[in-house]
Design a protein around this ligand. Structure first.
Ligand code: AP5
Length: 214
């Protein structure tokens, strides 16, 4: 099963994508996580990506598309994958369709996790991320067991640089301008499914499983 998670920054794409990956035994591919790992390791890609991410802007398509196309051709993607944060522009979606088309495949579902802008800033200021293993928490809705310590790996959790309110506003503007058009793109392909992302996390997951099948 090949799934795309759509939605505004902070809508809960990553939270749900991890659960989908576990339930359906497919890899979770997050471009944001890939960029953050490169930033942490000081790679050239990381240095370039950080310039854009810190401003709330998208990393250019030419730095993003090839790395996803390489990733989805790896062996563990044979039975499908869940894409989280990609595609984010029409050219990225076209590159993905083109790459799959060449091997006679196509995406199965684009799941839009719908959350209004007014809920987003609140969520982001409460998010805490583990930059070591990529786990995500929320101080109110999904807290760590010990304050500031990742449950999964024991590293410190932090407020991401791009989760400061002014950067979140910029990310929302970029989302509406460049990513929201993908909703019509996938509606036209007949694979768009929407879920109400303002519900509690478990209810959102149940709704997604209802769409994907148990
Ligand atoms: P990325 O890491 O993909 O960030 P994003 O899309 O902005 O998404 P987030 O990770 O911020 O949010 P999410 O929807 O995954 O929400 P989460 O589950 O964490 O990208 C970061 C940057 O990298 C981009 O701005 C861009 O610069 C660059 N980039 C990445 N991909 C790119 C691409 N393809 N092209 C170009 N540039 C790219 O949840 C948010 C919080 O809410 C958490 O604290 C969570 O615990 C909580 N929460 C989740 N669900 C619920 C719920 N139902 N109720 C209450 N709280 C909830």
């Amino acid at each position: 099963m090949k799934i795309i998670m759509l939605g505004a920054p902070g809508a809960g794409k990553g939270t749900q994508a991890k659960r989908i990956a576990e339930k359906y035994s497919i890899p979770h591919i997050s471009t944001g996580d890939i960029f953050r790992a490169n930033i942490k390791n000081g790679t050239d890609l990381g240095k370039k990506a950080k310039e854009y991410m810190d401003q709330g802007l998208l990393v250019p398509d030419e730095l993003t598309c090839d790395l996803v196309m390489d990733r989805i051709q790896q062996d563990d993607c044979k039975n499908g994958f869940v894409l989280d944060g990609f595609p984010r522009t029409i050219p990225q979606a076209e590159a993905l369709d083109g790459a799959l088309n060449k091997i006679g495949q196509k995406m199965d579902f684009a799941v839009d996790v719908d959350v209004p802008d007014e809920n987003i800033v609140n969520r982001m200021s409460g998010r805490r991320a583990c930059l070591s293993c990529g786990a995500t928490y929320h101080v109110e809705f999904n807290p760590t067991k010990a304050d500031g310590i990742c449950d999964a790996c024991g590293a410190q959790t932090v407020l991401r640089d791009d989760d400061k309110p002014e950067t979140v506003q910029k990310r929302l503007t970029v989302y509406h301008d460049q990513t929201q058009p993908l909703i019509d793109y996938y509606k036209n392909q007949g694979i768009l499914k929407s879920v109400d992302g303002t519900q509690p996390m478990d209810s959102v997951f149940d709704a997604i499983v209802g769409i994907l099948g148990a």
